[in-house]
Each structure stands twice: as structure tokens, then as C-alpha cells.
Design a protein around this ligand. Sequence first.
Ligand code: NAG
Length: 255
Amino acid sequence: MGKTLWFFLVFTCLLIPLAVADWNILKLQTQDGLKISLKNYCESWRMNVELHNIRDFQVVPEECTEYIGKYVKSTQYKVDSQRASEECLVYLSTSCNLKKDGLDAWIFDIDDTLLSTVPYYKNNLYGGKKLNVTSLEEWMRKGNAPALDHSLNLYNELKSRGVQIIMVTSRKEHLRSATIDNLVKVGYYGWTKIVFRDPANELVSVQKYKSDVRRQIINEGYRIWGIVGDQYSSIEGIPNPRRAFKLPNPMYYVA
Ligand SMILES: *[C@@H]1O[C@H](CO)[C@@H](O)[C@H](O)[C@H]1NC(C)=O
């Protein structure tokens, strides 16, 4: 028995990495026999991340890192994000009865919503490597994250309509001044409130932390008309905003 079992195990271990490496050589099929390309496979992975069917992924699948890298650098990514910002303004114009008393508010997440972390993730196989928080925070501390233009436009449009801008980020308190410098440098200013994560509440999930902040903001009298974020944990949870807008982000998942 021993010999056969060993042979089987060794053979299987050799085969698994081969199957991954030869992905583009193998002719892919779905369960019902549909022939698909690697691009089909990776686009459906990306789409299902955005639909929130795929959750809690630690890394982008190895065979899709190139595809995801191309996407976040593409015109398509810009157009997808731009469309989300346009829909925010449609909603604002058609469905929000702004009181303009200084209590109409809109919440923004920061990373991959106002600022892009793509330059960091570029050196991280676009999410293909497990996140190293130390090196990510070192990068954030340099304050060189570029603005996402569609969000900057939305931000300015909201401000001009008298909506108070509130930022709620899972960046920690020690990154406060670097983050503010970065935001101002790329054109964000005139916000009402910016909330960083207190090390004391790092034990709760990001979703719980962000929901608790929303409750506090509502208790202060603000009407939260909408939220924009790139993670479901930024926009889901009680109390709900009236509307939430999700920006694309296939590089990582924050619970
Ligand atoms: C994480 O990043 C830090 C700072 O760049 C580095 O010193 C450390 O070795 C990295 N850790 C791992 C597990 O790669």
C-alpha cells in the first residue's frame, strides 16, 4: 500500500503547480463544457468580486494578477469609476432634498476612493502578494498617493452644492498628518470632518468601526445622503446611508 500511496501523493503534488503554470496552454472549460479563455476567467472573477459574490479573498488569484494589473491601469477602470461619480450626481439632483443648513453630509472613504493606492499595489503584484501592513503604511507615510480624478470632481461638486464632506478611513491615527498633507497636495480641502481609526478599536471589524462612526455622525445631527467607498465594509452596516456607491477595486478585500 505504502508505495502506491506515495507515488500517488508525489504525482499529485507535481501536477498541481503544473496546472496553474500552464493555465494559458490548457483549454479551459466551465462545468457545463463552455470553452473559455484566461481573460474570461479573470474578468468573471473580477466581476464577482464587485458583485460581492466573492468575499474575504486574501490575494488575487495568481493566474489573474496580470489581468487585474491591466484593469486598474486601464481606461475601463477610469470609465467605470467615472460612471459611479456621475450616478452620485444624478441621485443628488433627483432624489436629495438638500436643506443647506450645514447638516447635509456625504461620506467618503479615502484609499482607492479619494486617493489611489495603485502605485503601491503595483509592487505587490496588484494584490497577488499577501498584504504587508508595515510596508503599506511606510508608503502612505510618504504622502505621494495620487488623487482619483473622478472622485476629486465629485468631491468639489458636492462641496459647491453646500454638502458637508466627511471622510471616514481605516487608516490609523498615526497616519493623520501624512494623510492630510497628501490630500491637500492633490487638491482635496475644505472638508468638515476626517475620522481616523483609533488603535483602541482595532479589534472590531472595519465595517463595525465605520458603522459606529456613522451613528455618531447622525447623532450630531447630520443627514448622511450618501457614501462612496471601494469596499463593502465602508458602505454596509447599520445605520445605513440613504444611498451607497461602490467604486471598483479588485486588488484587495477589507472585511
Ligand atoms: C514587511 O515590510 C517591512 C517593511 O518594508 C519589511 O521589513 C518586512 O520584512 C516585510 N515583511 C514580510 C513578511 O515580508
